[in-house]
Unconditional design. Structure first.
Length: 344
């Protein structure tokens, strides 16, 4: 079905008036999460990651940023399960992306403590998440696809299998690439019509605009609004000084490579690394080698910082040939993850 022939989502999606709050599990209470629960949710996430995704470590700052995301209402969009002693053993959300254009997406990440799996908690949690997601979709009058989506590491067989039985399709694979910084880093001069700048507060808005322009043709990508961009820019792990922008004479950002450094992730990875969050080139600046030059600069920055590796994630089917770009400057695959989607 093409978008031209689609009815608006509020005519295609049926949503319940009341959400199905789980019951029936002895000694378990379900309720919305509050900011005070974040430390307990972090403990849950760490236990889940040790089994499902040992290369990843959630931090309290990341949880806090997610909890404060625009359009997210914890009282309506979150649910946790706790035991009689207050231990959080399951947690999930249903967060609708605020800037819907070509698709309305509701993310439904969820976690159940490994010691409590097989007791119906995951099913009860996803029932609630899908009902809340349906409410979000049914509130839209856009005649575009509606997605309920989540993700999983490749080797997380239990969550992937469970989601597949619930009708989710493994729609897109992502590759985690790393690059040894002890290897030679090429000298790649920047195009003469732009200058090199770090990411600063003064260039932040121009950088957001460049990012949004660049990702218009990427799978499932929707614009990032000013509020969420400012929250992203405020996290302590973001390293604007190690990032690199290609800036024109009129202060338009033509291309960008943005970096974060989170020492909390190093032990699980087994090495000190910097993570390349974003790589983007404005559509009318593509084909001029900007991203490759900026990547080389960022690799030198990370090496000078005393780090051992650089890491990033890439869409395996990127329309801009991003995988080839990264391989050309020495990145190689190390792990994979997948986006799972139910489409309406």
């Amino acid at each position: 079905m093409t978008t031209e022939s689609m009815l608006p989502l509020n005519q295609r999606v049926t949503a319940p008036t009341q959400l199905p709050v789980p019951t029936g599990t002895e000694g378990v209470t379900w309720r919305p999460a509050t900011a005070a629960d974040l430390p307990a949710i972090l403990t849950l996430d760490r236990a889940v990651e040790a089994v499902d995704d040992p290369r990843h470590v959630t931090t309290i700052e990341a949880l806090t940023v997610d909890f404060a995301a625009s359009g997210f209402d914890p009282a309506a969009d979150s649910l946790l399960a706790e035991t009689t002693d207050g231990t959080v053993i399951a947690y999930g959300t249903a967060h609708a992306e605020p800037e819907a254009r070509s698709v309305v997406k509701v993310h439904v990440p969820g976690a159940v403590h490994p010691e409590y799996r097989g007791r119906g908690l995951g099913t009860a949690l996803l029932d609630w998440q899908e009902a809340r997601a349906a409410q979000h979709l049914a509130a839209s009058d856009l005649a575009v696809p509606g997605w309920i989506s989540t993700g999983a590491a490749e080797h997380a067989e239990s969550p992937r299998g469970f989601l597949t039985t619930r009708g989710y399709v493994e729609r897109r694979w992502w590759m985690e690439l790393t690059r040894d910084l002890s290897d030679a880093i090429p000298e790649l001069p920047l195009h003469a019509d732009v200058r090199l700048e770090p990411l600063t507060e003064e260039l932040s808005e121009a950088t957001r605009q460049a990012f949004n322009d660049s990702f218009r043709d990427h799978w499932g990508s929707q614009p990032t609004n000013e509020e969420d961009w400012k929250k992203y820019g405020s996290v302590s792990t973001l390293r604007g000084d190690l990032s690199a922008l290609a800036v024109t004479s009129d202060n338009e950002v033509a291309a960008l490579v943005i970096v974060s450094v989170d020492p909390a992730q190093w032990e699980a990875a087994g090495y000190r690394f910097g993570y390349i969050d974003l790589v983007a080139t404005r559509r009318d600046w593509r084909g001029k080698g900007l991203a490759k030059s900026l990547l080389a600069q960022v690799l030198r920055n990370l090496k000078a910082e005393g780090l051992e590796r650089a890491a990033l994630d890439v869409d395996s089917e990127s329309p801009t040939g991003a995988l080839r770009l990264y391989e050309s400057v020495g990145f190689a695959p190390e792990a994979r993850s997948v986006s799972l989607v139910r489409e309406f």
